[in-house]
Design a protein. Sequence first.
Length: 359
Amino acid sequence: MFFLDARAARVTWTVLVFAAGLGLVYLLRKPLLLFVFSLFFAYLIFPLVRMVERGLPRRGGRPLAIGVVYVLLLLALVGVGLSVGPRLTEEVRLLTEKAPQMAQQLSSGQIITNVLQKRGWEAGRVQQVEGAVRAHAGQIIGYVQAALAAALAWLAGAWVIVLVPVFAFFILKDAEPAAAGIDGLIEEPRHRELWRDIAEDVHLLLARYVRALILLSLITLVAWSAVFFLAGVPYPVGLAAIGGVLEFLPIVGPLTAGVIVVSVALFSGYAHPWLLVAFVLVWRGIQDYVSSPLVMGRGIEIHPAVVIFGVIAGGEIGGPAGMFLSVPVIAALRIVWRRVRDARSGPARNLAAQPGGGP
């Protein structure tokens, strides 16, 4: 009566261990984020490392190939910085100087008021729109500013810039031996096969996801720069760079980038702000329904409602980094759940398939 049965004890123990694991992950979230970003960086450059490794003598091996790729990436960054850096730096500096004034006018509704008055709207309707903007814009701007400040504060640390490539070096160098070591610790063949299937699926998922994000970001950067130059939008390179960087944050990033672009255009007196709004909306549709499916491919089929919930939850837990990691984490958990479900149902299906094994 006063003792739990064996099954209840196992369930209780599992719940306690799971809760303790979640608590430990939360306490160690900063070093874990550093490791995760190092892992993403390793996935990003792994194709280059493998290509260089094939062209080098076997004596150097993987470490020499990683070093060559690091040198090539450094030279590429220096070249891009010398060609685009001065203009981008100047535009970002000007935008940073005007950001407080823009935020004040946007939160007060003054930008919208000036635009609507120029369009000949009646004073009563203008006041209604201004009141609606003033009621909600302040909260949105405050959240965006806090998120950007947290992201910049984390990325500004020199330890992040230095340790990400260092950890990525060891991940690229020792990933295969580490996976083989884990594989050797699993004695039961059925569990070993399950581990291999999960590891392979997650490996393909992360590789596809990281490279797709980089490609989608570059597509946004190039397309926005070209359109903004041709349309005479102020600060074209700076705004395109903001759009490319925010492409990494699902849902929230593109929305924030669109708001920033339109706000800067309104603040700068751009003659065709509504055409800019139309372009941002059309571009979002192109990215979501054309570019992203082509680049991502299969493997990340997640319901939009689950993505939105994951982004919100990730933002509450880890800020911008949590938003960035929400989609791959959900997709990886989905892979684990499906593989475990298939593994459990596999013996039952095999038994039913045998002669006399099923009804």
